[in-house]
Design a protein around this ligand. Structure first.
Ligand code: NDP
Length: 354
């Protein structure tokens, strides 16, 4: 759709309605109460985690509305560029509002705008940093699924690559919300203030950049070659197992050092570094797993267009650098224990290579 006042207005209604519904649902729907990481003053915030319920209700709502009332998400895909403009404006406006309301805690104007003023802004009992992962990831899911609706409208069919892509993505996002509490212990939630960097990343970068593969699949109607039909799900499942398995094992161990991993009590080096399960094999198999998942859904797009490969390439560079940086940080923190750990789990992400 071209950028006109009419399409921008429609995009504003779509996006505004979407964020408003998610916000009200986050505030009102029940969810388990979990404590976050310890803050600098020794206290902990309590979060209500109802993202998985909101995710399931969104999926069920769209499915029922489609089945019973012929609802279509194709207009979302058609308004991709108007939505892109509106969401950008929203991200800048939210940055400004959060700066103005928290400027007493900001470290200067530019740092306050870019990195944020407040660590944990909260509106009507909803933590804005945790909330914003919902429009971000549920928004990404809606955008992706809208490409499937559009393909069906334009070509009268849902192609095999499109179906596979949708299943891979739905599982990835559903799984994220199922383990939403894990986000409470990420660097962003623990230590980053909520400013333009996180806001733009959540609302613009993730939905609009991570959906490039879906966009590319719109006109790809031919089926996948038979080997790919088996290889891509296998690659995805292997990635899923490593990614979720490794993250879960570490979370469980950090919460309860007596946790059982792969059926046995957790083993450690010096009582501080887990060497059971995936963590005794490699030091960042969670990164390897996530990259395999990204590659598997990107490969559904074939090789005609280079654009979808920008995302896995970007993720690979990010995680390779992050693994190297994390090694340095852990060596400084754990000293000789880390050296002993590196002798046990010899590689970071790929055996004999990295
Ligand atoms: P990790 O979950 O791997 O956490 C690393 C930290 O875990 C270390 O700094 C150390 O922290 C602790 N640790 C490391 N080894 C051990 C061990 N053997 N035993 C106990 N603790 C250990 O990394 P991230 O937080 O970077 O990533 C979390 C997830 O987010 C990953 O799955 C990653 O793939 C994903 N991610 C996704 C991105 C995306 O854009 N899709 C971007 C970035 C990350 P401590 O000091 O607490 O001990």
């Amino acid at each position: 759709m071209p950028l006109t006042l009419q399409t921008l207005w429609t995009a504003t209604l779509m996006f505004g309605g979407f964020v408003a519904v998610l916000f009200v649902a986050s505030a009102l729907l029940p969810g388990s109460r979990q404590q976050g990481a310890e803050l600098a003053d020794g206290t902990r915030l309590t979060y209500k985690l109802n993202g998985f319920l909101i995710f399931l209700l969104t999926v069920a709502g769209v499915a029922i509305a489609t089945w019973r009332f012929g609802f279509s998400l194709a207009p979302v895909a058609r308004h991709f560029w108007p939505l892109f403009v509106v969401v950008n404006l929203f991200a800048f406006a939210l940055t400004g509002i959060l700066y103005l309301t928290g400027r007493r805690q900001a470290e200067g104007l530019w740092r306050g705008l870019f990195f944020g003023a407040k660590l944990n802004p909260n509106w009507l009992g909803v933590d804005l940093k945790m909330f914003s992962y919902r429009p971000s990831l549920i928004g990404l899911m809606v955008l992706n699924v809208s490409f499937a609706y559009l393909q069906f409208e334009v070509h009268g069919q849902l192609s095999q690559p499109m179906l596979l892509f949708q299943v891979f993505f739905l599982l990835y996002i559903g799984n994220y919300f199922q383990y939403e509490y894990g986000m409470l212990f990420t660097w962003d939630v623990i230590a980053e203030r909520f400013g333009w960097m996180l806001i733009w990343g959540d609302y613009v970068l993730v939905p609009f950049f991570y959906s490039i593969a879906g966009w590319t699949l719109l006109d790809r109607t031919e089926p996948l070659p038979t080997p790919a039909l088996f290889a891509l799900p296998a690659m995805y499942l292997l990635g899923f197992w490593l990614f979720r398995g490794a993250n879960e094992q570490k979370h469980r161990y950090k919460r309860d050092p007596q946790a059982r991993i792969w059926g046995r009590p957790a083993q450690t080096i010096g009582g501080r570094l887990l060497v059971s399960g995936f963590w005794g094999v490699g030091r960042h198999l969670n990164y390897t797993g996530e990259i395999l998942m990204y590659l598997s859904w990107t490969l559904t797009t074939g090789f005609e267009q280079p654009w979808p490969y920008i995302l896995p390439t970007w993720l690979i560079s990010l995680l390779v650098h992050r693994a190297w940086r994390d090694d340095r940080r852990c060596r400084a923190k754990y000293g000789e224990l880390w050296d002993a750990y590196c002798k046990r789990a010899k590689f970071r992400m790929i055996p004999f290579i990295y």
